[in-house]
Design a binder for this molecule. Structure first.
Ligand code: MN
Length: 260
């Protein structure tokens, strides 16, 4: 097929519902849960908004708001400049992400049963190799999406904050090194608030997903949902952050195309 035919077939399949569009985005609102850092670190802002007008004397026929939100609030994209390891890389900010990279295939690694059994579950290289033995090697340039089913939890269990910090699943350094060095992935996406586990400050290196992904120019996706509706391989993910100049991250609408 010529590339024109491929796009025509795509359009036809979208119209006929043979290709479904899955929304991977959590609702963004004043209730969106936030990452909370220990004192004395700065905190990300919750989503908030103020009404400008609502068909009234402030704007006769129009309704709109101004809003405030942290770069890393809600379903969002992490650029390499977010972490100190990526601070000197070329094209490390949101405005410099090549658009070709905003559309990519995804491998979905389902470890939801393990996460249900252990909130501190750590994904290791051995887990990824076991997944690959069943589904094939993760292709270069793919998103790797870690399915934990965490997005299905009520907010208290979702953030799972205790005296010693959050207890949520994530990858260890062996997993992230493998994805970066052996598989050259595009990035790593999760349902939880951070790409790292809640207790990842105790790992070596600290916060291995942030440190190793962004140090290698890779991206992160957080607060995804509906990963359970995706096949292990074959989905196409569209994850496009706002084009903020020098931005370190941004809320986004993340979508997946899935063939019926
Ligand atoms: Mn982030």
């Amino acid at each position: 097929m010529s590339s024109t035919d491929i796009l025509a077939a795509l359009a036809q399949n979208l119209t006929a519902g043979q290709i479904r569009v899955i929304d991977l985005t959590q609702e963004l609102s004043e209730d969106t849960p936030l990452l909370v850092l220990p004192e004395p670190f700065g905190q990300t802002a919750a989503f908030s908004r103020e009404e400008i007008s609502r068909y009234d004397e402030r704007g006769l026929a129009w309704h709109w708001h101004n809003f405030t939100v942290g770069e890393h609030t809600g379903t969002h994209f992490d650029a390499p400049i977010h972490w100190v390891t990526g601070k000197d890389l070329a094209d490390n900010t949101l405005d410099k992400v090549p658009p070709q990279k905003l559309v990519a295939q995804a491998c979905v690694l389902d470890f939801s049963a393990e996460c249900a059994a252990d909130a501190d579950f750590l994904l290791t290289r051995a887990h990824i190799e076991a997944w690959e033995a069943e589904h094939g090697a993760i292709p270069a340039g793919s998103w790797v999406l870690f399915r934990s089913d965490w997005s299905k939890l009520p907010v208290d269990a979702y953030t799972n904050r205790r005296e010693d910090g959050a207890h949520t699943p994530g990858p260890d350094a062996s997993a992230v090194s493998y994805l970066v060095d052996e598989r050259d992935v595009l990035g790593f996406g999760v349902e939880t608030i951070g790409t790292d586990a809640g207790q990842a400050h105790l790992l070596e290196p600290m916060y291995p997903a942030h440190a190793l992904l962004h140090g290698a120019g890779k991206y992160g996706l957080q607060c995804l949902e509906n990963l359970d509706l995706l096949p292990p391989t074959g989905a196409i993910v569209i994850a496009a952050p706002l084009k903020i100049r020098d931005g370190s991250g941004s809320p986004m609408r993340a979508l997946a195309l899935v063939s019926e």
